[in-house]
Design a protein around this ligand. Structure first.
Ligand code: UDX
Length: 445
C-alpha cells in the first residue's frame, strides 16, 4: 500500500481525471484543478464530461478522497502536482505548450518542497525548459519529474492500474523516488531514467505502435495485389516471440487524440533539430492514403460515386469511445461528399455534429443502410458483427459491404448474399466483377 500523499492535478480532462481517480483509488488525497467553471461544477455534481468505462464508478467510490476546484491556491498543500493539460499541435506541427506555461504561472507558492510531475505528452527538452521557467519564477523548492502516461481510451483505468511499466525521468533521484512511491502497490518494472529519455520513451512508444499499424496496412495492400490474406499473415507473423501479436490489425488507419498529434510532434521535433525522420514521415503518409483506399474500393464496385448512397457505420476513431478526434470517418465522409455521394452516418455513441456537415445522421444501422448502394464498416463496434443479415441485404439497394476493420467473415458474408471486401483479404471473383447482376440496383416493390 502506498503511503498517503496529497496530490494536486492541473487539468480535469481525460488524463487528469483518470490519473486523479486512480491515485485516489491507491489511497492518496487528490485535488483536481481546472479553469473551466462548468466542468468543475459538473464534476462536483458527479458528472463526467466524456465517456470512459469504469471511471465514473471509480470517482464515485473515492468521492471522499478527491475534490475539484477552480482555485490553483487549493493545491498549495500538495506534495506532488501532476500536469495533465492538453498539448495540441500548432500550425508548425510542434506541440503547443501554452497550457503548460499557464499552469506554471498559476503554481501556488509554498516553503515546502513540491514536485511537479509531467503527464502531458511534451517534446523532448520540455523538462529542461520547465526547470528554467521554475527558476525564473522563483520556485526554488519545486522539483521536476517526467512521468508519461500510456493510457488507451476505453480501458484507461485498467491501463493505469495494470501498466506494463512506469517511466520516471528525474533531475534528482529523490524526486523520482517520491513519484515512484505514489505507485506503491502496483507491481511492475519501473524505468528510472533522465528527463529527456523519459520524454522520448513516450514519443517513441507511440511512434512504434503507429509504425506497426502502417506496416501491416502496407502488407495488407500488397496482400490484395497478390491474393494473400493479411489476417492470416498477421497471425503467423505475430506468433514470432520477437514480434508479438499486438497492433497488427490491418484497417483504414489510425486516428484518435494521440497518435496523429504525437507523430507530427515527433516528426517536427526531429526536423527542428535538422533531422529528417523518414520512416515516421512514411508512417504518417501511409496512414493518410489508407483512409482513401476505401473510396477506390467503392468506385471499383459502383463506378462514379455521384448520387450513390453510402452508409458509414461507426464514426468514432475506435470502438468503445465517443471520441471523433482525427477519426478516419471524417476523412471518408468529406471525400465521399466531394465525390457527390450521399452519406448516411451511424454510430452508437459518437455524435459528430458540425464535424460531419452534409452527412445524414441516422439513429440505427437499419436506417443508415436502407436504400444504400454500399455499407462501409468504419469502426469495429460489436453490433456490426451482425451486419450481414437477410434484413440488411433486403434493405440495401445493392448488397455491398466494404469492411474497413476486417470485422466480418468474408466467406459467411458472401454466402449471405453480399459483395464483400475487407482490407488485405482475397477478393472473390464475384466481388471483382464490375457488372455483377447481383449488384444491380434492387427495383422497389
Ligand atoms: C493510444 C496508445 O495506445 C496509448 O498508449 C497512448 O497513450 C495514446 O494513444 P488510443 O488513441 O486510445 O491510445 O487508442 P489505441 O487503442 O492505441 O488505437 C489507436 C488507433 O489505432 C485507433 O484508431 C485504432 O483503430 C488503430 N489501430 C490499433 C489499428 O488500426 N490497428 C491496430 O492493430 C491497433
Amino acid at each position: 500500500m502506498a503511503e498517503t500523499q496529497t496530490i494536486g492535478i492541473f487539468g480535469a480532462g481525460w488524463v487528469g481525471l483518470v490519473t486523479g481517480g486512480c491515485l485516489a483509488e491507491l489511497g492518496h488525497d487528490v485535488i483536481v484543478r481546472d479553469v473551466v467553471p462548468e466542468r468543475i461544477d459538473a464534476l462536483q455534481g458527479g458528472e463526467l464530461p466524456f465517456h470512459e468505462p469504469d471511471l465514473p464508478e471509480m470517482l464515485a467510490r473515492n468521492r471522499g478522497r478527491i475534490g475539484y476546484t477552480l482555485a490553483a491556491e487549493d493545491l498549495v498543500e500538495a506534495e506532488t502536482i501532476f500536469i495533465c493539460v492538453q498539448t495540441p499541435p500548432t500550425y508548425s506541427g510542434d506541440a503547443d505548450l501554452s497550457y503548460v506555461w499557464s499552469a506554471l504561472d498559476d503554481l501556488p507558492r509554498t516553503e515546502r518542497r513540491q514536485i511537479l510531475a509531467m503527464k502531458s505528452t511534451v517534446p523532448v527538452g520540455t523538462g529542461e525548459k520547465v526547470r528554467a521557467a521554475l527558476e525564473a519564477r522563483g520556485h526554488e523548492n519545486v522539483g521536476y519529474v517526467s512521468n508519461p502516461e500510456f493510457l488507451a481510451e476505453g480501458h484507461a483505468v485498467r491501463d493505469f492500474m495494470n501498466p506494463d511499466r512506469i517511466v520516471i525521468g528525474a533531475f534528482h533521484d529523490e524526486d523520482g523516488a517520491a513519484v515512484e512511491a505514489l505507485y506503491a502497490g502496483i507491481d511492475v518494472p519501473v524505468v528510472n531514467t533522465d528527463v529527456a529519455s523519459a520524454e522520448m520513451i513516450k514519443l517513441a512508444a507511440n511512434a512504434f505502435l503507429m509504425t506497426r499499424i502502417s506496416f501491416i496496412n502496407e502488407i495488407a495492400n500488397v496482400c490484395e495485389a497478390v491474393g494473400a490474406d493479411v489476417v492470416e499473415v498477421a497471425r503467423g507473423v505475430g506468433l514470432d516471440h520477437r514480434l508479438g501479436p499486438h497492433f497488427l490489425r490491418a484497417g483504414i488507419g489510425y486516428g484518435g487524440s494521440c497518435f496523429p498529434k504525437d507523430s507530427l510532434a515527433l516528426k517536427q521535433l526531429a526536423s527542428n533539430s535538422g533531422y529528417h525522420f523518414q520512416l515516421l514521415a512514411a508512417v504518417i503518409e501511409v496512414n493518410e492514403l489508407q483512409k482513401r483506399r476505401v473510396i477506390q474500393k467503392l468506385q471499383k464496385h459502383l463506378g462514379k460515386l455521384r448520387g450513390k448512397k453510402v452508409a458509414l457505420l461507426g464514426l468514432a476513431f475506435k470502438a468503445g469511445t465517443d471520441d471523433m478526434r482525427e477519426a478516419p470517418s471524417l476523412v471518408l465522409a468529406s471525400r465521399l461528399l466531394a465525390e457527390g455521394a450521399e452519406v448516411r452516418a451511424w454510430d452508437p455513441v459518437a455524435r459528430p455534429g458540425e464535424l460531419m456537415k452534409g452527412a445524414v445522421l441516422c439513429d440505427s444501422v437499419s436506417e443508415a443502410v436502407t436504400d444504400a448502394d454500399a455499407a462501409v464498416i468504419v469502426t469495429e463496434w460489436e453490433e456490426l458483427r451482425e451486419l450481414a443479415s437477410p434484413e440488411v441485404r433486403e434493405a440495401m439497394a445493392r448488397p455491398l459491404i466494404i469492411d474497413g476493420r476486417n470485422l466480418l467473415d468474408p466467406e459467411e458474408t458472401r454466402a449471405a448474399g453480399f459483395a464483400y471486401e475487407g482490407i488485405g483479404r482475397p477478393t472473390s471473383p464475384f466481388a471483382a466483377l464490375p457488372e455483377t447482376p447481383e449488384l444491380e440496383p434492387r427495383i422497389p416493390q
